[in-house]
Design a protein around this ligand. Structure first.
Ligand SMILES: [Zn+2]
Length: 426
């Protein structure tokens, strides 16, 4: 029996180790392909329209973990080798469109958002499939397109941003590469942006679990001058001509500072190898946002809680963490109560068994768990989260995904962050 297990293990090693190492080189080359499209619709419908394909100079992601293992996000894309039908790359993500769908405006009108995804550049003909979750949380394919990687229609371009190192610890394929992009800094304000990038890095690594994993991160600033200094605040009728057209009052929320057009952001990010995009805006007005595997953004010149804002938004952007607070949004019932949220730190208790979170509950913990002082340091299932008072639950009484009165992530959020760091660094 022992011998059998040894042989079996050896077989597995022989089969899997070289295969994993070969897959990237068998199907991809070390640069990126960008697929741009429009996501259009209203509160009830969603359609994808093709826009263009671009070739980007760098691939900053893993060459080993090609298939997404987390199943986070409201959308995902799959790259399929056309000849064999093999899935060769996939990633989940979220979008501003999905948030907009939950607004009142989306009940009365249809709208398009320009989006783009990027993946390692395929060697041979591939199919790209775009999927979204339906109202029951099940994946439904929205769109399919065949790409010939040698087609003359694929746009070659030189990204216009100027990258510089903030912290570079290792090879891009084995690191989390963060691109910090300048927004609202005029040509004479480059020094201020460079200082903001340094501050971002300092702040990020003062919080666990980032500080213990600092060596696994690369942070690069990407400089782009805006024609004018400052940011747009429509609610104050203040309109500034900036590189990315970021603006407050997104989706009717005064502090929600976002960028409608992801393609412009990705055009600048492509100046360096990157996994994650975070935009630093030249304003002291509190606000920002982060969307899973899409982009994050917040005010760089704001003086209070800046570091906590950075890592809170980074929690959404990087690990797909949900907000653990109640209220604070204009969105109508963002989480349907008959569906288990895909976020690691929220549950409706419809399918709690599949959550990693459940493994962190001590034996005998009541579910739901009463939010009393003696439970402050206990992982439980506490009612209130995902903007709702009732029927949605969070893992810990306090957490940086809930509010800024504490300076720690709860054990469930911490584990989700560490798992994602490890996934990027293989
Ligand atoms: Zn948490």
């Amino acid at each position: 029996m022992k011998l059998y297990i040894t042989i079996l293990l050896l077989c597995c090693l022989n089969l899997h180790m070289p295969l994993q190492a070969q897959v990237f080189e068998d199907f991809f080359v070390d640069k990126s392909m960008r697929f741009d499209y429009f996501r259009c619709g209203n509160s009830e419908s969603e359609s994808i329209y093709f826009d263009k394909i671009k070739e980007e100079p760098y691939w900053g992601g893993s060459k080993t973990n090609l298939i997404d293992k987390f199943d986070y996000g409201n959308h995902r894309f799959r790259i399929i080798d056309a000849e064999s039908g093999t899935l060769i790359y996939s990633r989940g993500y979220c979008s501003l469109f999905k948030e907009w769908q939950a607004t009142e405006e989306a009940q009365n009108t249809s709208k398009c958002y320009a989006e783009g995804i990027h993946f390692p550049y395929p060697q041979k003909t591939v199919k790209i499939a775009l999927d979204s979750r339906d109202k029951n949380g099940e994946w439904v394919q929205q769109f399919e397109y065949t790409i010939q990687p040698d087609s003359y229609t694929i746009q070659k371009f030189t990204p216009v941003g100027e990258p510089f190192d903030v912290i570079v610890n290792g090879d891009s394929h084995h690191s989390v590469d963060i691109a910090l992009i300048a927004e609202g800094y005029s040509a004479s304000e480059r020094k201020e942006f460079e200082a903001a990038c340094q501050y971002f890095a300092e702040q990020m690594f003062t919080f666990s679990p980032y500080k213990e994993n600092k060596q696994k991160f690369n942070i690069r600033g990407i400089w782009i001058a805006s024609p004018e200094s400052g940011v747009t605040i429509p609610g104050k009728n203040r309109w500034i001509n900036t590189a990315l057209s970021a603006k407050f009052n997104t989706l009717g929320s005064e502090r929600y500072q976002m960028i409608d057009n992801l393609q412009i952001v990705k055009d600048i990010a492509a100046s360096a190898p990157y996994d994650i995009i975070y935009v630093l805006t030249n304003t002291d007005k509190y606000g920002g946002g982060g969307i899973y595997n899409f982009y994050g953004i917040s005010s760089a010149q704001q003086t209070s809680s800046t570091g906590k804002v950075y890592i809170h938004e980074f929690g959404h952007l990087f690990a797909g963490l949900g907000d653990e607070y109640v209220g604070g949004t204009e969105m109508n019932e963002f989480y349907p109560l008959h569906v288990e949220p895909w976020e690691a730190n929220l549950t409706t208790l419809t399918d709690f068994d599949k959550k990693e979170w459940k493994k962190l509950l001590k034996k005998g913990t009541p579910v739901p768990t009463p939010a009393k002082d003696s439970n402050l340091d206990k992982v439980g299932v506490y009612e209130g989260g995902g903007y709702m008072q009732k029927n949605i639950y969070r893992p810990y009484i306090h957490c940086l995904m809930n509010h800024f009165n504490v300076d720690y992530f709860c054990p469930v959020c911490s584990k989700a962050i560490v798992d994602m760091i490890d996934f990027h660094c293989k």
